[in-house]
Ligand binder design. Structure first.
Ligand SMILES: [Zn+2]
Length: 86
């Protein structure tokens, strides 16, 4: 089976041609998320991947902030101890 618009090979399960977005012949039915053109699904997958990267960056930053907090805690304890034994 090939796309009637661009001639791309189709496996018969697509609702829309993955190459050009042309609705596949014979498909007239209702839409669902699996019927979205490949470009939309690709964008959604890319968006999800970027979100996961952002979450990872935020987690790393959170670790850095915790580390800085621990360092500041250590420094302040040092000054407290220094004043106590003056
Ligand atoms: Zn096509």
């Amino acid at each position: 089976m090939n796309c009637s618009n661009c001639g791309a090979a189709l496996n018969g399960r697509e609702r829309y041609c993955p190459m050009c977005g042309q609705p596949v012949n014979g498909y007239t039915g209702e839409s669902s998320s699996t019927d979205l053109p490949k470009i939309i699904l690709d964008l959604a997958a890319e968006n999800k991947r970027q979100n996961e990267q952002i979450i990872q960056i935020l987690k790393n930053q959170n670790e850095e902030i915790k580390l800085v907090g621990q360092m500041l805690n250590t420094v302040s304890q040092y000054f407290i101890a220094k004043n106590m034994f003056k």
